[in-house]
Design a protein around this ligand. Structure first.
Ligand code: PRP
Length: 184
């Protein structure tokens, strides 16, 4: 057994090595799909930054990248209701192949909003790559084209994902200790 996880965490769900290995596989899938069609990888801030940084280095065909930020209202922890655009893309995507890169899809509301929003700009295609799929929580059906791991319904942090702004810098995915004094 390795070291116990830091304070506030219950256990490590996906260690760093499997994250790296799966990200490389996803990079290969994406490279094969697009070939020389130069997709725009759209990272959804803030959670996707770590995954996007690793994923784009696992893609061996030409890509561009951009970022978009959204927020959800009225949620105690993660996910619920209305989604709002906080920061827009810097690139036009008309006629482009777009790959939305997410850290996690939970209810699907954020992604459904993003897909609707981006489709209005007449891209050639909009596909989705998510590192984590919390499929049991889905409320809105969304198509996922590349999925790293399907995970159980537990509150996860690390590798970009936060709780109250913390834990994004962990190099692995961990389950938050809900009973801890600093937990939700
Ligand atoms: C997370 C994640 C997705 C969204 C998924 O972002 O990055 O964008 O929640 O939830 P949903 O499927 O229920 O809509 P969050 O709002 O926590 O913001 P962050 O990326 O800045 O941490």
């Amino acid at each position: 057994m390795g070291e116990p996880p830091p304070d506030g965490l219950q256990r490590i769900l996906i260690p760093a090595d499997p994250l790296t290995a799966r990200t490389r596989e996803l990079g290969r899938e994406i490279s094969e799909h697009y070939g020389d069609r130069v997709p725009v990888l759209v990272g959804v801030l803030k959670g996707a930054i770590v995954f996007l940084a690793d994923l784009m280095r696992a893609v061996d065909v030409p890509v561009e990248c951009d970022f978009i930020a959204v927020s959800s209202y009225g949620r105690a922890s993660r996910s619920s209701g209305v989604v709002k655009l906080v920061a827009d893309l810097s690139l036009p995507i008309e006629g482009r192949e777009v790959l939305i890169v997410e850290d996690i899809v939970d209810t699907g509301r954020t992604l459904a909003y993003l897909q609707r929003n981006l489709e209005t700009r007449q891209p050639r295609s909009v596909r989705v790559c998510t590192l984590l799929d919390k499929a049991a929580r889905r409320e809105v059906p969304v198509a996922l084209h590349h999925v790293g791991f399907t995970i159980p319904d537990e509150f996860v942090v690390g590798y970009g994902l936060d709780y109250a702004g913390r834990f994004r810098n962990l190099p692995y995915i961990a389950v938050l200790d809900q009973g801890h004094p600093s937990g939700p």
